[in-house]
Design a protein around this ligand. Structure first.
Ligand SMILES: Cc1cc2nc3c(=O)[nH]c(=O)nc-3n(C[C@H](O)[C@H](O)[C@H](O)COP(=O)(O)OP(=O)(O)OC[C@H]3O[C@@H](n4cnc5c(N)ncnc54)[C@H](O)[C@@H]3O)c2cc1C
Ligand code: SF4
Length: 251
């Protein structure tokens, strides 16, 4: 069993009280929303926290409101499952609703909030581990250690954002197009299986770019993304794409 460290818990009655507590307690104070990221991270010894300010009592923060002139205001405390199911969010920000509905599993989406997801700590494989695990590896640059296991010889942490809410918003804002019913559109086309596979890769490309720290160097990831975009501009054939991809991964 992994024990939690000792800390004070503050239940603010107003947002002002929460902010005052944060200011008064300094860097050792943290906001707690759903706790699905923060609590395991505390158990893993990833943070030096002496005060947790619970946001759940501040019900006003979970408001989800349609704007008078389009757009929406999404409360930081709104849960991922609620936003994913909200008809107005689904209509106004379909890619965001889709992304939120795919995060983790139902229990985590019921507890996890939009604010917590956007402020998610990195889930770098070499960091998002227990104290014992990290100690055995000699820790890493992000906490306690002197090396980065993703970029050996690197002098800075290259861990990227792990939040799907954030990365899928980029997709929604003009990156890779999300096509409703892409499977049926591609059914019967020449190279159907290939295109469906590539569409899957492409629609996750921005997420993939956010996770490249665990898979490949930034340069290689840029080459890969460039290749994917060329494929969809039809400026490379699937075969050329595969050749380029193999070069990137060194095959
Ligand atoms: C098994 C597992 C699988 C997961 N899979 C995915 C996945 O596929 N995609 C993905 O995107 N995420 C994934 N996650 C992460 C999950 O989405 C987050 O744990 C969740 O969104 C965090 O929300 P929370 O409300 O629980 O945040 P908390 O754990 O309460 O807080 C997380 C961080 O945000 C800060 N914070 C919270 N609310 C606010 C606020 N209003 N203002 C400022 N700071 C705030 C906290 O201080 C803390 O630093 C996974 C997590 C687990 C445990
Ligand atoms: S990218 Fe490197 S320094 Fe950053 S968390 Fe991962 S292993 Fe640690």
């Amino acid at each position: 069993m992994l024990p939690l460290p000792r800390f004070d818990v503050v239940l603010p009655r107003t947002l002002a009280e929460a902010l005052d507590t944060l200011a008064a307690r300094g860097p050792g104070a943290r906001l707690l929303a759903g706790g699905t990221d923060l609590v395991p991270n505390l158990k893993h010894g990833l943070l030096d926290v002496d005060t947790l300010v619970l946001l759940k009592p501040l019900r006003a923060l979970d408001a989800v409101v349609a704007g008078a002139e389009g757009g929406m205001r999404l409360g930081a405390l709104a849960t991922l499952s609620r936003l994913a199911a909200d008809p107005t969010v689904r209509r106004t920000y379909p890619a965001l609703a889709l992304a939120l509905g795919q995060i983790a599993g139902p229990q985590l989406r019921n507890m996890g909030t939009l604010g917590g997801n956007l402020c998610l700590d990195t889930r770098c494989t070499y960091y998002n581990q227990t104290e014992h695990w990290r100690q055995a590896l000699g820790y890493c640059l992000k906490r306690t250690g002197t090396v980065c296991h993703v970029v050996p010889g690197g002098t800075r942490c290259v861990a990227a954002v792990s939040s799907d809410a954030e990365s899928k918003e980029w997709v929604a804002s003009g990156g890779i197009p999300i096509v409703n019913g892409s499977d049926s559109l591609l059914t019967g086309s020449k190279d159907e299986d290939w295109l469906k596979f590539q569409y899957g890769v492409a629609s996750n490309a921005k997420v993939f770019a956010q996770s490249w720290d665990q898979a490949m160097s930034p340069t290689a990831a840029e080459v890969l993304l460039d290749n994917i975009s060329k494929l969809f501009q039809l400026s490379v054939t699937p075969q050329q794409f595969a050749t380029n991809l193999n070069q990137v991964i060194g095959k």
